[in-house]
Design a protein around this ligand. Structure first.
Ligand code: SF4
Length: 359
């Protein structure tokens, strides 16, 4: 290998990496549903689902999603709520909203053909450098880097790089390395092989170096520092927030709220929710009901749970009450719904946890 600062990888090392990694991949790759063909639409869906979500979790979602929307046009034409419902439980809902918007654009502007050049595909909503590289290499066999967390970890160890992988400059450096090591003939297989190695062998903790096809050229292994890499500055801990969710019922129906179009869980459905200063704040629950013209009786705590988003940690108290009367009109984002109606709408996990106390 050449000097790390210059990011020049020795030609012999490049050859060993290409040969050993692909050989290992062809013998060990998992049989994943999105690897069945090179349909760019399906690869795109799988790559978006796989961001921030584990492979095992993604598989059934992917299968159901593709069954429901078998082609790009099927997805483009579907109503947004149906698309979000199909994503329910996967979290990070901006991913599916962006995917839906981008697919509509491809349908309208590019004759339903996923663009196969970096510039055009990178302009689509939600398609960052990683996703663009993954689609171009896997679906179109183009030599493009697809550097995700797995690849950064493998490269950090392979070349003993101590750069902070949370920095954009480090990603650039990694992309530069990737372009040197990706072979011209099978770029898609090679990118997938790197990710697979990161997922199965060069894992975040306790990498299985003894089974690794790249051990003979791995600098971290040679120096015994594989467990110390990659370096990553600690992210800020999630913000602690105390929340009250309200289950306000009348007979068989309850008040359900459509979340705003922007911000956390945008466009999903939920229960009326307030941020409170004190946990179990009955007083704030009463004030909230008064403010919205609701006369509520039998108010009591129905349950408590915690939920962690990427940047927020919610301590939730679920308070239930019976609505005896209300001043019309109710807030426009609220609807009375039965249990069946609730089950047709998309709710995120945090609200499903509250709903299961009642339905
Ligand atoms: S030898 Fe170990 S640290 Fe190096 S790439 Fe393989 S698994 Fe990762």
């Amino acid at each position: 290998m050449g000097k790390k600062d210059h990011l020049t990888i020795d030609k012999e090392v490049v050859q060993v990496i290409g040969r050993e990694l692909l050989d290992w991949y062809y013998r060990n790759r998992r049989d994943l549903p999105w690897r069945k063909n090179q349909d760019p639409y399906k690869i795109w869906v799988s790559e978006i689902m796989l961001q921030q979500t584990r492979v095992d979790t993604v598989i059934p979602y992917f299968q159901r999603f593709i069954e429901q929307f078998p082609t790009l046009d099927d997805l483009a034409q579907a109503p947004e709520e149906q698309v979000i419902k199909a994503w329910e439980g996967l979290g990070y809902y901006s991913r599916v909203k962006n995917l839906h918007a981008a697919v509509k654009e491809v349908s309208a502007k590019y004759g339903s053909q996923v663009p196969d050049d970096l510039e055009t595909i990178s302009k689509l909503k939600g398609v960052g450098p990683y996703t663009a590289g993954a689609i171009l290499s896997i679906a179109f066999n183009k030599k493009a880097p697809a550097v995700d967390g797995n690849v950064m970890r493998v490269f950090s160890r392979l070349f003993a790089l101590t750069d902070d992988i949370a920095l954009a400059s480090t990603r650039k450096k990694m992309e530069h390395i990737a372009l040197q090591v990706i072979p011209n003939n099978v770029p898609g297989d090679f990118n997938q092989a790197l990710m697979e190695l990161g997922a199965l062998i060069c894992t975040p903790s306790s990498p299985q170096c003894l089974f690794c096809p790249l051990r003979s050229v791995c600098n971290a292994y040679a120096e015994g520092i594989e467990e110390e890499l990659p370096r990553k500055k600690k992210a800020k801990p999630p913000k602690q927030m105390k929340m009250v969710m309200l289950w306000l019922s009348q007979g068989q129906r309850a008040l359900i709220e459509k979340r705003p179009d922007e911000g956390l869980l945008a466009g999903m459905w939920g229960l009326p929710t307030i941020q409170v200063a004190e946990e179990e704040s009955m007083q704030e629950a009463h004030l909230f009901c008064d403010k919205n013209g609701l006369n509520v009786t039998n108010i009591k705590v129905a349950g408590k749970f915690e939920h962690i988003f990427s940047h927020q940690h919610w301590k939730v108290t679920v308070i239930q009450g019976e609505v005896s009367e209300w001043a019309s009109p109710l807030p426009s984002s609220w609807s009375w719904m039965t249990a069946d109606q609730v089950n047709e709408k998309p709710f995120s996990n945090v609200y499903r946890k509250a709903l299961q106390l009642f339905i």
